[in-house]
Design a protein around this ligand. Structure first.
Ligand code: PGA
Length: 249
């Protein structure tokens, strides 16, 4: 199945539609298992989810979630950790049970054991129903940087220079020296196993990666191109992120 593309009017509409899909998923299957992303792109989506869940009285009591990645060395209480981000932007506004929100432990002593246990927990929980994804300017998904094998699973990785630069532009860290050099991340195969994938991208900076992922060759140099073979993958884009696609009507 080729990647489905939906170009929205603007970033707000991307967030509203993504949130609507996630809420619909939870309504249809109250024990949904979600895969979740961090970063700037999903922030507005998380805001919309909390608004919709409250307005439409949708409960997350039976939902469980797994996040894609966590910086190596950061405790969950660190304001730049992804545990902190998820807590502030989403979890504390929903009735999801804390014990059902799974993130990799960036301070695990034995990273290999932590990663293997995370994969096992996802499998034991029945697998991911819907994975909400972002994309890096270099085409990464989660922290699977260009060159990562399509078969890779949860593991410790080195961050690329582009990713360190992108995350120290003032939105998160102020200085590249503050950005951890490593992270624990789910693999491309872990993401690919999800029954449904919804990838969000907004802004001109993502346009080249989106065009390469959708229209370019399937190659490990562009991790998101793996999604071309996924049976149920939707890209929700704003016009700027879609601007380099050439095959649209
Ligand atoms: P961003 O990150 O949403 O902050 O642009 C996306 C990503 O790197 O996957």
């Amino acid at each position: 199945m080729p990647i489905k593309i939906q170009v929205c009017a603007d970033a707000q509409e991307v967030a509203r539609i993504a949130a609507g899909k996630l809420i619909e998923q939870v309504r249809d299957k109250p024990e949904t298992v979600l895969g979740l992303a961090t970063g700037s792109t999903p922030e507005q989506t998380y805001f919309e989810i909390t608004r919709l869940a409250e307005g439409e009285d949708v409960s997350f009591r039976r939902v469980s979630s797994y996040n894609m990645d966590e910086y190596r060395g950061l405790a969950g209480s660190h304001p730049q950790s992804y545990r902190y981000y998820m807590q502030e932007k989403l979890f504390k506004h929903l009735d999801i049970k804390p014990e059902n929100t799974h993130l990799l432990d960036g301070r695990a002593k034995d990273c290999a054991a932590e990663c293997a246990a995370f994969e096992a927990r996802i499998r034991a929980g029945g697998g991911i129903d819907l994975w909400l994804l972002g994309i890096g300017t270099n085409g990464h998904i989660a922290f699977n940087e260009p060159g990562s094998s399509f078969e890779c699973r949860t593991r410790l990785v080195d961050l690329s220079k582009e990713t360190i630069a992108a995350n120290s532009d003032g939105r998160f860290f102020k200085d590249p020296a503050e950005v951890p050099r490593q992270a624990l991340t789910v693999g491309i195969a872990t993401i690919f196993d999800a029954r449904k994938i919804v990838l969000l991208a907004t802004g001109e900076k993502k346009a080249a990666a989106i065009a390469a992922a959708v229209e370019g060759p399937r190659t490990q140099d562009l991790p998101a191109s793996r999604l071309q073979e996924h049976p149920d993958c939707l890209f929700l884009l704003d016009p700027a992120a879609a601007s380099k696609l050439t095959r649209r009507a």
